[in-house]
Design a binder for this molecule. Structure first.
Ligand code: PLP
Ligand code: COI
Length: 341
């Protein structure tokens, strides 16, 4: 299979149209069998539920070329499960996780020429999503839906790759108490747009959102969970009902304990204690682990001892082990790697 002529090493995190995408339609209470299509356009009623009341959810995962030339994806079953949870919370029909994995596999296979080569630093990002497609004018769930999967080759989410980021404590909330922060709903990201544009204008790379109830605890950023490392080498990650249960974070907790023999605490993290940590990173599919060097809380600078030029030592070990597992250099725990070919 000839690869596409793309400058893989210099890709950013953007959209490039690939050859095929998967579409399944939900009508009269059932999903159809689904097809792969070359048509990248979605034509909808002007009154479609997604356009009026934002009834849309999505997922994000990646396909990798391993060092021995296989194409694999990482824990797609967990994305399928999370999408089921997201659907239930927004009164959408569940697209069963087994079918989700099958659709992801088919879409990767159909776009094999776009899976970046091993060692290029790029990956194929996979975006499954679902939305209400029939006209809805009274506030209620749609009756018809589309589940789709497209792919796009991507480089690092943050410009500069693994250069430590500067983030600011946001005055905006991305989620409400008892709201939808724990699911992957488009509305959570719409909520965060003003906050991220404001942060960028002020020269920050990202926002640190606090818990919307008391605004004293660390939650997450607009697109990644936090990982901290204490001065004695314990990995600490915030626990909250209003953050997205990151698959990367859950995997890193396992890697930290079982591969690196580190102590891990999943607990509430007060903003007040952030100044005492040695390292900080953002973790997620797009972010992988992006190191944070500085956190600014209303003019007060918290400079992580790991500094502004390199990843912290433990963050780097976590990064190397996770990406090693994903790229086939390190043996994966059972069931983590789905081989496509
Ligand atoms: N938090 C938010 C708000 C996200 O959008 C993402 C990205 O998916 C994550 C965390 C990381 O989750 P995952 O590791 O499953 O990609
Ligand atoms: C992902 O990591 O897959 C996300 O959905 C986050 C988004 C910032 C791209």
């Amino acid at each position: 299979m000839d690869k596409k002529n793309i400058d893989w090493e210099n890709l950013g995190f953007g959209y490039i149209k690939t050859d095929k995408r998967y579409v399944s339609q939900y009508k009269n209470g059932a999903w159809d069998e689904g097809v792969l299509t070359e048509d990248d356009q979605v034509v909808l009623s002007e009154c479609a539920g997604v356009l009026q009341y934002a009834q849309t959810i999505f997922e994000g995962l990646k396909a990798y070329t391993t060092d021995d030339g296989h194409i694999v994806t990482f824990r797609p079953d967990l994305n399928g499960e999370r999408m089921e949870d997201s659907a239930r919370r927004l009164e959408m029909p569940v697209f069963p996780k087994e079918r989700f994995v099958e659709a992801v596999v088919k879409t990767i296979e159909a776009n094999e020429a776009f899976v970046p080569p091993y060692g290029s630093g790029a990956t194929l990002y996979i975006r499954p999503y679902m939305f209400g497609s029939n006209p809805v004018i009274g506030v209620k769930p749609a009756d018809e839906y589309q589940f789709r999967v497209f792919t796009t080759p991507v480089g690092p989410y943050f410009k500069g790759g693994v250069k430590p980021l500067t983030i600011c404590v946001s005055d905006f909330d991305r989620a409400a108490p008892h709201g939808t922060g724990h699911i992957k709903a488009g509305l959570n990201y719409a909520m965060s747009l003003h906050a991220i544009v404001s942060a960028h204008k002020e020269g920050y790379d990202e926002n640190m959102y606090l818990d919307p109830g008391s605004r004293t605890k660390v939650e997450e950023t607009g697109g990644a969970n936090f990982l901290f490392v204490t001065k004695d080498g314990t990995v600490v990650t915030p626990k909250s009902d209003s953050i997205l249960p990151s698959i990367t974070r859950r995997s890193l907790i396992y890697v930290a304990e079982k591969y690196l023999g580190l102590k891990v605490e999943e607990r509430e993290v007060l903003l007040e204690e952030v100044k005492d940590f040695a390292e900080c990173g953002l973790c997620g599919t797009a972010a992988v682990i992006s190191p944070v060097g500085k956190i600014v809380d209303h003019g007060k600078e918290i400079c992580l001892p790991s500094g502004m030029s390199e990843m912290g030592e433990i963050t780097k070990k976590l990064y190397d082990t996770l990406t090693g597992i994903q790229m086939g250099r390190i043996e994966a725990p059972e069931g983590w790697i789905k081989v496509i070919k």
